[in-house]
Design a protein around this ligand. Sequence first.
Ligand SMILES: Cc1cc2nc3c(=O)[nH]c(=O)nc-3n(C[C@H](O)[C@H](O)[C@H](O)COP(=O)(O)OP(=O)(O)OC[C@H]3O[C@@H](n4cnc5c(N)ncnc54)[C@H](O)[C@@H]3O)c2cc1C
Length: 456
Amino acid sequence: MAISWLRPLAALFPKSVVATDADTLQAHAGDAWFASTLPQAVVFPRNAHEVSTLLRFANNRRIPVTARGAGRGYVGGCVPKKHGIVVSFARMNRILEINPVDGVGVVEPGVITGEFQAQARRLGLLYPPDPASLKECSLGGNVATNAGGPRCLKYGVTRNYVLGLQVALADGTLVRVGGRTQKNKSGFDLVGIFVGAEGLLGLVTEITLRLIPAPPARAALAASFAQASQAAACVQHLFREGFLPSALELADRFTLDAARRHLGPGRIPKGNSHLLVEIDGQPASVRSEVRILAGLLQSGGALEITTATTEAACESLWGLRREFSASLKATGLTKLNEDICVPRTRLIDLFRFTERLQKKYRVEIASFGHAGDGNIHVNIMADLTKAGVRKRADRALDELFRQIIAWGGAITGEHGIGLAKLPWWPQAASPELRRLHGLVKKALDPRHILNPGKFV
Ligand SMILES: Cc1cc2nc3c(=O)[nH]c(=O)nc-3n(C[C@H](O)[C@H](O)[C@H](O)COP(=O)(O)OP(=O)(O)OC[C@H]3O[C@@H](n4cnc5c(N)ncnc54)[C@H](O)[C@@H]3O)c2cc1C
């Protein structure tokens, strides 16, 4: 059946802004997760004014509108569940300003995170949030998911770097929240409402980000342990000794075995667990801290320790860490990637719990991630072609999430709710909290046109 609003939509913009051909619709149906729904049109606005025009049109006609950054989300957040219009920010990709004196960068939402980081770096500045997808994902997507990464242990997540936003509200109103100063306590923290909102409350059309001086030196230590629980205990020990590393990454036995098979045994140290510790700061303090940290890892039972004090050597250790995902992929199993977060006191319990889950449901589990902030990627590795495996994996996930919630943890630390975590949202949020979300949504998007079919 012909869609009555397509012609008037196309009439609002120059020809290249609206697409309805099958290839473009297909290319905007999904992200890095499994779900996929075709939109009826894709709009590529070139500026905030066009976003506003589009929203006014869609709101008047109650057409669903789903924002899309780079489409590298892991939970189906940008999937247009109720069809309608996908707004791609791919063409709003200009870095508008980097100001070293103010410590501020102003960008359009389609800028790729890694490109912004590299530009800032050339001016001696650091934009710390470092999702593993940073070479592909957009800053708008990062804001909408409040993205994080290894460095967030020391430096904080995306929210901690957003000073101000320009947002197009559901009815097309353009509004600026926050500003460009390092502190600002004028009114409610409305920046915080839009960061992490997964495109349900407004479309971000400009972002003002905080930049900090880039530390001149870094160093890393990689240590292997017989057991994941020993490595987890070491993490606690480092904190007790007064260290706040810039990253603390842990990997378990399944992950290391997969890496040994994929890369050859020579590159992976012996043991069943791997801990990567990174520090940064002034050269002299980094050098002395490395020595103390090596001693602490040794006394914590490390089997082998490799120390990297140059940029190239650090990158080589990170290179190995980055191979873990590829190694899991090379197993040929489907990786059901969860990004749960537990209070740090539960780290050791978590590794013991996943051991039990593997036995109970006869599924393999590979856990690795940001041990320092309790945010561990618990990946159920499943051969979904085999009968009964999907069911057992789902039951394992159910039990995992129930336990995480009982420990006071979060079912998602980085990726967001999207469609992937939707079944567990009622468990994760109390009825009062869900009602509050509903009230905020109703106030900002009374016709429910923004990213409908998601968690509110
Ligand atoms: C290999 C891989 C590794 C990853 N590693 C990490 C990691 O370490 N840490 C981490 O946090 N995440 C990680 N992710 C998840 C993902 O990259 C992040 O969630 C990222 O922020 C998504 O950005 P995007 O531009 O691709 O957004 P999209 O996938 O396009 O969209 C994500 C959400 O943001 C909304 N959105 C996008 N742009 C806007 C806008 N301008 N205004 C309002 N809403 C908007 C969408 O509607 C959607 O709900 C990883 C993903 C992959 C595939």
